[in-house]
Ligand binder design. Sequence first.
Ligand SMILES: Cc1cc2nc3c(=O)[nH]c(=O)nc-3n(C[C@H](O)[C@H](O)[C@H](O)COP(=O)(O)O)c2cc1C
Length: 347
Amino acid sequence: MQIGHIGLANRLFAAPMAGVTDRPFRQLCKRLGAGYAVSEMVTSRKDLWASLKTSRRADHDGEAAPIAVQIAGTDAQMMAEAAAYNIDRGAQIIDINMGCPAKKVCNKWAGSALMQDEPLALQIIEAVVAACAPRKVPVTLKMRTGWCDAQRNAVRIARAAESAGVAMVAVHGRTREQGYKGCAEYDTVAAVKAALRIPVVANGDIDTPEKARDVIEATGADAIMIGRAAQGRPWIFREIAHFLATGEHLPAPEVGQAKAWLLEHLHDHYGLYGWDDAGAGVRSARKHIGWAVRALPGGEAFRTRMNRLESCEAQFSAVTDWFDQLAQSHHRLPSAGAAANDACIED
Ligand SMILES: Cc1cc2nc3c(=O)[nH]c(=O)nc-3n(C[C@H](O)[C@H](O)[C@H](O)COP(=O)(O)O)c2cc1C
């Protein structure tokens, strides 16, 4: 699997998720089998680059290559400048966000809203490619199947992107209108794959090794991208890798192993966000801990208790004690095989 001239370890990608796929989480996913992980989106607004939030998102200290940064915006020139800015800070691949449905992004006509304005989308793609090409940095595109059911224009946009020099396209099998509702469909992803020569990545609702295999078969995609199912379960990448290679399931992780991974993650997390009491470190770690314990016996009660702790030290030691207690009754994570993804919501 290649993105431009950059070779990847495998075809299992961690999806960009704002507020989740920060450097510590990306590193964890890569350590546990992801061949590739994209940063949370970084705004193209220069006035925000100095903010704490954006500078944390542009922090790649010690991150395993390749470093891929997603940029979001609505103005071609600003997006080109954002690409150059992030390349100067270590980005080796620039990803354009045309997949995020969040209002904050969409009201400004960024993210998946760009799929509604194809000329603007292409203008942005061309400007970003022009900024990246002289630096030998490949550009990728993350998109949805279209704006709405009546306007599934992913194939047209993907073809135009390929002609403009984009090196890879990832498609989430939902329209912008769907948000995260319903189930992802893979026919449009397959159509994009059939229409392009560059690699195509399938994304949406992949939460088990079997689903990974089925989506690869149904779409012919070169790689798959996993988002929500990796929350609290970052070892899903190696589970899938093992299953695709052997047809067999890895046993669930040992409780002690899962504890060690979570504690390493927390340590890195506090390092990025700060160890101060009631600060960003302790607060933003809560969701990762909550995801890690939600499917485990007594996990919900622990999460409620843990959410009241206001220092990193107290949080770290509560997690340690809780897993030690779980290890007394379980050698391996009891429900680690069950999908902890509430992605596919029928309504
Ligand atoms: C909390 C959250 C934040 C997300 N942030 C981004 C983002 O910054 N950029 C982007 O392209 N997609 C973003 N997404 C979409 C995911 O990359 C992915 O396309 C989507 O979750 C479907 O994949 P999944 O079913 O494996 O989760 C986000 C999704 C979630 C749940």
